[in-house]
Each structure stands twice: as structure tokens, then as C-alpha cells.
Design a protein around this ligand. Structure first.
Ligand SMILES: Nc1ncnc2c1ncn2[C@@H]1O[C@H](COP(=O)(O)OP(=O)(O)OP(=O)(O)O)[C@@H](O)[C@H]1O
Length: 323
């Protein structure tokens, strides 16, 4: 049975926010997510945000960045806006939050207009039920959506803007997205709303660029260690192998029942290799931009819920983007 989220903690008399202490935050974490305690810099980030301070948070992949904005969304009435570059990521996070009974939604062109209207109606209510709203940077850049945000802010309901994968704002970064650059207007348009920039990209000039571009004011800068003892790297030279496909097949089989992504440079290689692995008893599928959206979504779903073990993909995997 779904638990209902622990009610908002800290609304004092006449809407004045009381400080949400460590104990109350840990309680929210345990009740809603089942984790015994915060890890790394999560608590520091959350406390900074709840005190209204901007924050730049560098954590390795899987470090638990999302908790830094999900807990604030539960600790205060109002809405946390999450800007994320990938619709697939948003869909997954929103689904996972809803399963926990947390009111989260995303807005994208992939939804029916009926569903989008329903979300907009909720946002227009005096007390919206949505706590976390996920959007793409492209949507932020539209004047219609920005004026909606200003109205929400004007009603005192916009608590935080979280910019996920914030390195995409920097032309020094490996994932530069021009639409991210436009996020630099957020600070001017939505003054006083704390901004949380999250990334797993550690290069100092990217960090500086992110902080400058988003115009973060005296941000708390948090950096965690990138040492991941559970990950090891091994390089095998294809040119030195008799049969690279057979070698890969052996590697995947010897790894046991783990899920895996095999990246290839070309679509035809994905199709070829996927057929080869399937013939050798490995459950897998190809994923690349040459496949239609429906097929790509079903491959992603099958992989996430372990119906298939391996995805053989180009960089299109994880790049499903649009408004
Ligand atoms: N305090 C915690 N204790 C235990 N597990 C946690 C804690 N915080 C987060 N996690 C778990 O860690 C995993 C990774 O979290 P999350 O997806 O937020 O990481 P991330 O840093 O956003 O990763 P990515 O860089 O891939 O976006 C999730 O399964 C999450 O439930």
C-alpha cells in the first residue's frame, strides 16, 4: 500500500516559514524515501536552500543529487521547479515520486494537451497540489511559460529552481545545450528564488561558467569525492582481437545477470551487434535515432524493468529531448 507523504512540516502562523531542523528533515527522508540518513553533502545543500541561499552542488553520478531538491519540496508548501535536459529522466523521476505518493508532474510536448491543461489548471490554483514540476530548458525559454512562473512566484509559491545537469549551460562542458544558456534570465525574472545547480562534471572552468551564467549569489559550493570504489575500468583493444563481437559476448555472459549498455559509433553497428548478441542468447535490443519514438520508448522501458539485459546504442540513448 502507498504511504501518504508526511505532511508539510514548517508552515507557521500567517504563512511564515519556521526553520525546518535536521531531525524534521531526516524524518521526511525516512518516511518518504526509506533512507536512514542523509549522505555526503545532501543535508548541507538542503539546509542552504531552505534558508534561501543559492547552492552549487557537485556530486558523482548516483550520488543522490535529486534528494537535494526533493526534500525541500516536501519541507515547504509551494512548488519546486526542476529543469532537466532529458524527458526520459523526468518521466522516470516523476513516476518514481508518484509511486511514493508525492505529487510530481512534468510538462512536455510528448503529453496529450488534456494532461498538460490539467497540470496548468493545478498550477493556477491558490494552493496547487503539485510539489515538484519538471520541465525542459526549452520550455523555460518560452514567454508563455515564463509568465506562468512569474505568476506562481508572485503568489509566493515558487520555493526553489533546481537546474539538473547544470554543466549543460557551459560551452566548456561535454554536453553543451544552447537552450541552457537562456536559463541565465532566471535570476532576473524570478528574483529571490534560490537556485540550486547540480552536476557531476568537475572541471573548474565549467563550475565557474555555471555559477556565472546562472548569476548565483554567494552560493554555497559543495563538492563530493568522485572516488567510486564499486566501479572499475578496463580497456580492451579491438584491433588485437580475432573476433570483437565474440569477446563482448563472453564479457557480457561472464558478468552474469547484470544490465548493460554497449555504446557504438554507428547505427548499423548497433543493429548488427544486437542481432549477434541475441543469436548468442543475450536478451538485448538496439537503440538509435533511426528508430521511431515508440520503439525507442519501448526499448527503454524494457531495459529499465529488466525485460532485456543489454541495450546496444548510439549516444541517442538518454538524449530524448524536446519541449
Ligand atoms: N541518503 C541516501 N541514502 C541512501 N540512498 C540514497 C540517499 N539519497 C539518495 N539515495 C539513492 O541513491 C540513488 C541515486 O540517487 P539519484 O538518482 O538522486 O542520484 P543522482 O546523483 O541524481 O544521479 P545522476 O547523476 O545519475 O542523476 C537512488 O537510488 C536514491 O534513492
Amino acid at each position: 500500500m502507498k504511504k501518504s507523504p508526511l505532511p508539510v512540516q514548517n508552515l507557521g502562523a500567517k504563512g511564515k516559514q519556521r526553520k525546518c531542523g535536521r531531525e524534521a528533515l531526516v524524518k521526511l527522508l525516512r518516511w518518504n524515501f526509506g533512507h536512514p540518513d542523509f549522505r555526503g553533502n545532501q543535508l548541507e545543500a538542503i539546509e542552504a536552500i531552505l534558508s534561501g541561499r543559492d547552492c552549487f552542488c557537485l556530486m558523482p553520478t548516483g550520488g543522490g543529487k535529486s534528494m537535494c531538491y526533493q526534500i525541500p519540496a516536501l519541507a515547504k508548501t509551494g512548488i519546486v521547479l526542476v529543469i532537466s535536459p532529458l524527458i526520459a529522466l523526468m518521466e522516470n523521476q516523476v513516476m518514481a515520486l508518484k509511486e511514493k505518493g508525492i505529487a510530481a508532474e512534468f510538462l512536455s510536448s510528448t503529453q496529450t494537451s488534456q494532461l498538460r491543461n490539467k497540470i496548468h489548471e493545478d498550477l493556477d490554483r491558490g494552493q496547487p497540489s503539485i510539489r515538484l514540476l519538471y520541465v525542459t530548458p526549452e520550455l523555460i525559454a518560452t514567454s508563455g511559460f515564463m509568465s506562468k512562473l512569474k505568476k506562481i512566484h508572485g503568489r509566493g509559491l515558487l520555493n526553489l529552481i533546481a537546474v539538473d545537469e547544470a554543466h549543460c549551460i557551459s560551452s566548456w562542458g561535454h554536453d553543451f545545450r544552447p537552450s541552457y544558456r537562456k536559463l541565465s534570465s532566471l535570476r532576473n525574472q524570478l528574483q529571490d528564488v534560490p537556485i540550486l545547480a547540480l552536476t557531476a562534471t568537475a572541471i573548474p572552468k565549467v563550475q565557474k561558467d555555471v555559477i556565472d551564467s546562472l548569476n548565483l549569489q554567494n552560493p554555497l559550493v559543495l563538492k563530493s569525492s568522485f572516488n567510486r570504489p564499486n566501479i572499475y575500468y578496463e580497456v580492451r583493444y579491438k584491433d588485437l582481437m580475432d573476433d570483437a563481437y565474440a569477446d563482448l559476448c563472453d564479457v557480457l555472459k561472464s558478468a552474469g545477470d547484470v544490465c548493460a549498455i554497449v555504446y557504438c559509433l554507428e547505427r548499423t553497428t548497433c543493429d548488427d551487434l544486437s542481432t549477434h548478441l541475441s543469436k548468442n542468447g543475450i536478451s538485448c535490443a538496439a537503440y538509435h535515432a533511426g528508430l521511431n519514438n515508440k520503439l525507442r520508448s519501448s526499448v527503454l522501458d524494457d531495459w529499465i524493468c529488466s525485460k532485456i539485459q543489454v541495450v546496444v546504442a548510439t549516444v541517442a540513448f538518454g538524449m530524448k529531448t524536446s519541449l
